[in-house]
Write a new protein. Structure first.
Length: 316
């Protein structure tokens, strides 16, 4: 391990990429958006130690706070009139900051009231009548969250919402929030691909097993960390460890490496070979890192307390 890597590479690069408004775009000089700013804020709060990190975190939090819509949700970028899945991620980034406790509470209320289209009885009845088991197999009684309001449940937005609810104290979760959390976790378990791992949402399509992907698998594993004893979790961890080295595309490699390390480190299975590969990627000329990738690498390799540590008790 290189303890200096997090501050001298990841956080240093993030600070260089910061925009004048205090936010981050996905790449240097791109427009500030909620998603990369949230990841940058999470890494600064959980991995940084210098005053410059505190100052950058404070400005990032103010930028995110200013984006919240009247209904409590967050849009993907300033000026967009409708909230989306990114509300979960922004609340996750802000929830440790007392100044923004009301913002987080309003965001959580919006998430609890934001029902995906597949939760509606009419949609479920139509699906039962039209879609046969040979097309897709999944339990329609379970649903989570969608990318945009009113559309179908998907693995990644559901995982982000559950990650937030892991971090909210139990006393602050309403009965509705607890019910949504149970349904969302059940949906993730139900949507696991045969043999482990997750794709965007369907484990079986036209009788063929769905192909797992690194991103959805990582987020689902982190969201189900409360249920580490589940056999589906063990299967998926093994799938991730075994398949992480098979991703050859340079455009996908950096993000997939950082994400894989993020999940494996959360479960105490940090892979030194993958860690060394990430270090080498940082040293290669022309390696282009996005703001989320830098944040994921910092969160995965930081020697500080794990950012997923919960404030609430073991209630389920």
């Amino acid at each position: 391990m290189r303890p200096e890597f997090v501050e001298q590479f990841c956080l240093s690069r993030l600070l260089e990429a910061r925009n004048e408004d205090g936010g981050w775009g996905f790449k240097v000089a791109s427009r500030s958006r909620a998603e990369p700013t949230s990841w940058a804020l999470l890494s600064l709060l959980n991995c940084g130690s210098a005053p410059v990190h505190e100052e950058a975190a404070s400005r990032a939090a103010d930028f995110l706070g200013s984006m919240q819509l009247p209904d409590g949700s967050w849009p993907s970028s300033p000026g967009v009139p409708e909230g989306s899945w990114v509300t979960s991620l922004v609340c996750l980034a802000l929830q440790d900051l007392n100044k923004f406790s009301e913002n987080v509470s309003r965001g959580l209320n919006w998430l609890c009231s934001d029902l995906p289209g597949d939760s509606r009885l009419f949609r479920r009845l139509i699906r039962r009548l039209v879609v046969r088991d040979t097309v897709a197999t999944q339990n329609d009684a379970y649903y989570g969250w969608s990318w945009t309001p009113g559309t179908s449940s998907w693995v990644e937005p559901t995982s982000y919402a559950l990650l937030l609810m892991q971090r909210i104290p139990a006393a602050a979760l309403s009965d509705t929030a607890r019910r949504r959390r149970r349904l969302g976790a059940a949906m993730l378990v139900d949507r696991m691909c045969p043999g482990g791992g997750w794709n965007c949402g369907n484990p079986m399509v036209y009788g063929a097993p769905g192909q797992p992907l690194v991103g959805p698998t990582v987020w689902a594993l982190l969201a189900l960390k409360d249920q580490a004893e589940q056999p589906q979790v063990h299967e998926s961890l093994n799938w991730l460890a075994e398949n992480s080295k098979s991703i050859l595309s340079p455009s996908l490699r950096l993000g997939s490496l950082a994400l894989t390390l993020l999940a494996l480190s959360a479960y105490g299975r940090l892979d030194t070979g993958l860690t060394e590969e990430l270090y080498m990627a940082s040293e290669r000329d022309g390696a282009i890192w996005t703001a989320p990738e830098l944040a994921w690498a910092a969160l995965a390799l930081s020697t500080k307390e794990n950012w997923l540590g919960r404030k609430r008790d073991g209630d389920r």
